[in-house]
Design a protein around this ligand. Sequence first.
Ligand code: HEM
Ligand SMILES: *[C@@H]1O[C@H](CO)[C@@H](O)[C@H](O)[C@H]1NC(C)=O
Ligand SMILES: *[C@@H]1O[C@H](CO)[C@@H](O)[C@H](O)[C@H]1NC(C)=O
Ligand SMILES: *[C@@H]1O[C@H](CO)[C@@H](O)[C@H](O)[C@H]1NC(C)=O
Length: 322
Amino acid sequence: MASKSFSSFFFIFFFAAAMFASFPSSNAQLSAGFYDSSCPLAPLTIQTVITAAVLLNPRIGAGLVRLHFHDCFVNGCDASVLLDDSPTLMSEKTAVPNNNSLLGFEVVDTIKTALELLCPGTVSCADILAIAARDSVVALGGPTWTVLLGRRDSLIANQSGANSDLPPPFLNLNQLITFFGNKGLSAQDMIALSGAHTFGKARCVNFRAHLNESNIDPNFAATLTPICSSSTADDNNLADLDVSTPTTFDNAYYTNLLNRQGLLHSDQELFNGGSADALVRTYSANSDTFFSDFAAAMVRMGNISPLTGANGQIRLNCRTVN
Ligand code: HEM
Ligand SMILES: *[C@@H]1O[C@H](CO)[C@@H](O)[C@H](O)[C@H]1NC(C)=O
Ligand SMILES: *[C@@H]1O[C@H](CO)[C@@H](O)[C@H](O)[C@H]1NC(C)=O
Ligand SMILES: *[C@@H]1O[C@H](CO)[C@@H](O)[C@H](O)[C@H]1NC(C)=O
């Protein structure tokens, strides 16, 4: 008897100790049902705002997908990209890849305001970005997937990290693979995620040099030179990333690459006689394969170094730390 209660005591003691120790862990897993009891209407609220915003302006959908990417590649998916400049914080928004380029912040604010009324202090800005990206893709004709949740928001931004870790459009294929590899993503993930360039726009400054390269369709280049001359006055002029279906999430991006109609140097690197050619052909020929690989890669991108447990905070305003 004595020995049985003794072992029960130790069983309970170790069980409780193990439970306690697991809570503050930064490696805790994200989960699909994270807000099921704390804020069950959060996903529907986010989807409602996104669907309306994207209907009014499809480019907002592209902007929101890119925001999630630019969040996750800098200190993990922690909403660091959403923080504004303050006397004590240097925002990521003015980093070279982001300055005069990111959009969708006001839609995130609208969602956050609604969620603070619905379930105060509960839903993180990082999770809002993950759901908003998925809902934007769905609203414009792309695949759906289950978004894992439970990320928390950072207390800091990392402007130098945004400058060093976000891939510039001047990279070659091996460099692109390395940038994604640095975040734990495979070459296949990189090729599938680049399919997000099926919508949205880029500025002349990011594609001017590509117009003079030997691997661009000259007729396609000729349509772009009037809006992107060698004058820096044209730097902010915009062109569609997907010349054939610019506001739809589909696999036309890959068919454009087969036709040498990638807008960015980095886009055309995926079909330039190298190791990515085969997968570009596959995605161009088979929309279902692209959709399922893209969805799986978005989940992996969304898992990059989240803050969980007791780390970080739930921001009340996505633009400032509490
Ligand atoms: C593979 C490496 C990548 C490079 C080099 C790259 C580079 C760029 C550049 C230069 C622009 C135009 C920005 C501007 O001119 O202001 C852009 C736009 C965009 N990127 Fe990427 N990107 C990459 C991967 C991704 C990924 C992984 C995603 C999302 C999953 C993504 C989503 C987008 C979207 C949606 C836009 C259009 C945004 C808008 O219309 O405002 N990109 N990208
Ligand atoms: C960001 O863009 C603004 C407006 O074009 C410019 O004045 C500023 O110097 C840029 N900031 C950085 C850090 O490059
Ligand atoms: C900022 O990002 C760089 C590059 O990933 C990283 O080495 C550095 O530790 C980050 N800084 C902070 C304060 O998180
Ligand atoms: C591209 O070629 C055109 C015509 O040859 C030339 O005028 C222009 O300066 C070149 N632009 C760049 C960025 O090299």
